[in-house]
Design a protein around this ligand. Structure first.
Ligand code: EPZ
Length: 425
């Protein structure tokens, strides 16, 4: 990519990846047709769909964003797919299969390498519902004669554990109360989806979720909410490139922590019913940012924010309080001229006026997106490698960026890279 040009125009946000992953897993909990709309067309989603098909569900992709799933023919609660070991959300099949069939055999989850990422809270929840859970040869084996509602207090606010326990508890006998749960927008979306299948879940989006177990779930038609993090990434794209972007198809309420920081940093924010326009400023102002569970500033926006701070006037303190290894992109930013000192889970960033193009490496999904934005603001040419990480969760990222004026190409090999370089100089 060739940087230095403000990004200007309109961009439309796709469906929420992390909601879709929970919803796809939940769709195997009935033997009726489930139609899911506004599905993001990204790699992690396709891996999940393949795994669902492998255990016997009928998966009909009507188009890139619509799928009909029928879990009737499922005859296998043992997930073998090699790819499932690479994504985090494979763990949702434990909750879904355990809920419906009282047994699940699923590889330990993979996903972006951003910290230790244990699943003890998931297992604690399943055990409280009466399941026997063991980890054997890299797989989670969960079995129960029947699941019974329980009162569960999570030790840590966890998105994955909240959704997973909610899945299993929907079909447990009696009432489950889960306390200290995560409140992210996708928790609410998965709960709404399950309720549309006949589940009785109350309180999603608050600290306590109450579930009355039902005997069975039925088919539904459901459209996934817009992706909060994709929306936030484009909002920061305007700030980082001094651009002016109307980000369409988002829920402004979900963006409050992000909008507030952008305002503090000197951007102008104009809010509409389902869109936000971000007008960048000649020079951003330094700010202190700490990641927290929703409604705090999202950890999945930390690299995009760190990139913006690396260009802000003054010194900022960026604190990552959710995952311990989410600062690796800062080494790459340093190669572009950023001034950063990391001490534990805190980065002290002194903004520079310009970054300069370099060859850098995406180290995970959000870091990859942030480094692309850094490259688009930088002087000269930047090459970001390992973009497979970005493709896990951003739909047509480079095309959306091109549509708002970015000079960026997907280079399949060194030759394509060289061709871009020659055309850009
Ligand atoms: C989800 O991961 C998302 N992944 C992540 O998105 C996101 O960063 C994260 O939530 C936080 O918002 C999916 O939805 C597939 P957690 P998850 O359980 O569920 C600790 C992206 O870029 N913990 O909320 O794995 C954990 O170590 C990705 O799209 C336990 O100790 O996150 C972490 O410190 C990356 N024990 C904290 O809780 C557990 O049993 C929060 O993790 C579970 C979690």
């Amino acid at each position: 990519m060739k940087g230095g040009k403000p990004l200007v125009g309109e961009v439309t946000v796709s469906g929420a990846k992390n909601a879709a992953l929970g919803i796809l897993a939940a769709s195997v909990m009935t033997d009726e047709d489930v139609r899911i709309e506004n599905l993001p067309d990204v790699r992690d989603i396709n891996v999940m769909l393949d795994a669902i098909a492998e255990i016997g569900a009928r998966v009909s992709r009507l188009d890139a964003h619509t799928v009909v799933i029928n879990g009737g023919p499922i005859d296998e609660c043992c997930v073998e797919s090699e790819n499932m070991k690479r994504i985090r959300a494979s763990y949702y099949l434990i909750g879904a299969l355990l809920g419906r069939f009282c047994t699940a055999n699923v590889p330990m989850p993979g996903g972006c390498d951003i910290g230790s990422r244990p699943i003890d809270q998931h297992l604690k929840g399943f055990r409280a519902l009466g399941a026997d859970c063991r980890i054997v040869n890299g797989k989670v084996l969960a079995d129960a004669e029947r699941l019974r509602g329980s009162h569960i207090f999570l030790d840590i606010v966890s998105v994955g554990a909240t959704i997973n326990i909610m899945l299993a508890a929907c079909l447990a006998e009696g009432r489950t109360i889960i306390e200290n749960v995560a409140k992210e927008p996708h928790i609410v979306d998965v709960a709404n989806f399950l309720n549309s299948m006949g589940a009785e879940i109350k309180g999603a989006g608050t600290d306590v979720i109450r579930i009355n177990g039902v005997k069975r779930l039925h088919g539904t038609v459901y459209s996934i909410i817009p992706d909060q993090i994709e929306a936030g990434t484009f909002m920061f794209a305007a700030a980082i490139t001094k651009g002016d972007i109307l980000v369409k198809n988002l829920i402004p309420k979900h963006m409050e922590a992000i909008s507030a920081k952008l305002i503090e940093m000197g951007c102008e924010i104009l809010e509409f019913d389902d869109a936000i326009r971000v007008v960048g400023t000649e020079r951003l102002r330094a700010a202190n940012i700490k990641t927290l569970p929703y409604p705090g500033f999202p950890t999945d926006m930390q690299p995009q924010a760190g990139t913006a701070l690396s260009l802000a006037k003054g010194t900022s303190i960026l604190t990552e309080s959710i995952f311990e290894s989410r600062f690796r992109y800062l080494d790459e930013l340093t190669k572009m001229g950023a001034e950063v000192r990391v001490e534990g889970n805190t980065a002290i960033i002194t903004g520079v006026e310009h970054l300069s193009g370099a060859s850098i490496q995406a180290c995970d999904l959000r870091a990859g997106a942030a480094l692309v934005l850094a490259g688009l603001s930088a002087d000269g040419i930047t090459t970001v490698s390992d973009i497979r990480y970005i493709q896990r969760g951003y739909e047509h990222f480079e095309q959306k960026l091109q549509s708002i004026g970015a000079s960026i190409e997907l280079a399949e090999d060194d030759r394509a890279s060289m061709k871009f370089l020659l055309s850009a100089v």
